[in-house]
Design a protein around this ligand. Structure first.
Ligand code: GAR
Length: 223
């Protein structure tokens, strides 16, 4: 069977992209990365892609008048690769309904909070302001609302009394690099699916997102 392919969308530094590149190289993810696409020409992640000889494409958001025309250009570019999966790795744009419908059930995103808490920006600051004891990150299938859609896996970290926004962000980001390649590998291996808006892992409905906590994977039956 032909090898599966992934297209990764970024806007910034691309540390999640790097974790995914590393997981592909380590054969944890059995797929190739056809392209990395950025909405900004200055995204540092583009350089990470180029260093690995991965197609690095800029579709500059400043050159399009509205979301619909931008997303049409994005759809046309992605369609040339016919990817099995689209991975949003710090892609900081809201996607149109047209885009999401076009690639239905095959877009994953990572967001730095325990969804449904703290959608949008400044999630670490919001967790500190709300005096949360636990914070983390979520990998989810993308639906039409911002940072929404069925959650696949979450990583949880305790919030420490000494935490600043930066220290909390760093611990969460470190775990993003664990759970995102894991979820992508499940999808590529055909273990992870979205059916009727429910997440299936190994043909079983996940009643709750899988949980990565204290270096262990906990599935819904167990927590
Ligand atoms: C990550 O923390 C990711 O969860 C977040 O952007 C950062 C990108 O970092 N994504 C969102 O906030 C999406 N709503 P990276 O470029 O180093 O991977």
């Amino acid at each position: 069977m032909a090898q599966k392919t992934i297209v990764i969308l970024i806007s910034g530094s691309g540390t999640n992209l790097q974790a995914i590149i590393d997981a592909v190289k380590a054969e944890q993810i059995d797929a190739s990365i056809s392209a990395v696409i950025s909405n900004r020409a200055d995204a540092k992640g583009l350089e990470r892609a180029r260093q690995q000889h991965i197609n690095a494409v800029v579709i500059d958001q400043n050159k399009y008048q509205d979301r619909v025309s931008y997303d049409q250009a994005l759809i046309s570019e992605i369609d040339t690769y016919k990817p099995d999966l689209i991975v949003l790795a710090g892609f900081m744009r809201i996607l149109s309904d047209e885009f999401i419908s076009h690639f239905q059930h095959s877009i994953l995103n990572i967001h730095p909070s325990l969804l449904p808490e703290f959608k949008g920006l400044h999630t670490h600051r919001k967790a500190l302001e709300a005096s949360k004891q636990q914070h983390g990150a979520s990998v989810h299938f993308v639906s039409n609302e911002l940072d929404s859609g069925p959650v696949v896996i979450q990583a949880e970290v305790p919030v420490l009394a000494t935490d600043t926004e930066a220290s909390l962000a760093e611990r969460v980001l470190h775990l993003e690099h664990v759970i995102y390649p894991m979820a992508i590998a499940w999808y590529i291996d055909g273990r992870l699916k979205l059916n009727d808006n429910k997440v299936l892992l190994d043909n079983k409905v996940l009643r709750r997102p899988a949980l990565w906590k204290a270096d262990q994977l906990i599935l819904s039956e167990q927590h």
